[in-house]
Write a protein that binds this ligand. Structure first.
Ligand SMILES: [Zn+2]
Length: 141
């Protein structure tokens, strides 16, 4: 089974006691895997947050949705926000629909287009929008 080191987030074997990448002791942390991943969304390195966003979407960890939404909205790093928006698309949680819709209309076209794609992925995109909603929604891609 594939697992990830909770220190450097490289792939490790779930039987490994020590991470072959960073030599961290993998037996010390007794939080559940989901808890570790969610905790790592607050990692100080943007590259790590970006990777965790992807992983959370890949692993369908729905408990992480509120934290991923916070990153999508407020992370100072543009690529973390992009990764968070993509993760929300992968997680397909209806709780994120309002946020995705708001960001899909923001001035930042890069983030807006990513948010629009995720909105489509969760089934709340332009195609499924009601008439009153489409009136004010202009994608400018
Ligand atoms: Zn490691």
């Amino acid at each position: 089974m594939i697992a990830y080191c909770t220190h450097c987030w490289r792939e490790v074997n779930s039987e490994d006691k020590v991470c072959p990448g960073c030599a961290a002791d993998l037996t010390l942390d007794h939080r559940t895997y989901e808890e570790k991943l969610i905790g790592a969304l607050a990692h100080p390195l943007p590259e790590a947050r970006e990777r965790i966003c992807w992983l959370v979407g890949e692993k369908q960890i729905l408990q992480a949705v509120p934290d991923v939404m916070r990153l999508a909205k407020d992370d100072p790093d543009l690529f973390v926000r992009k990764a968070a928006l993509e993760s929300l698309g992968a997680l397909r949680d209806p709780r994120s629909a309002l946020l995705l819709r708001a960001i899909s209309r923001c001035e930042n076209r890069f983030l807006a287009s990513v948010a629009a794609k995720s909105l489509l992925a969760i089934g709340h995109g332009e195609a499924g929008a009601s008439a009153s909603e489409t009136k004010s929604g202009h994608w400018r891609n």
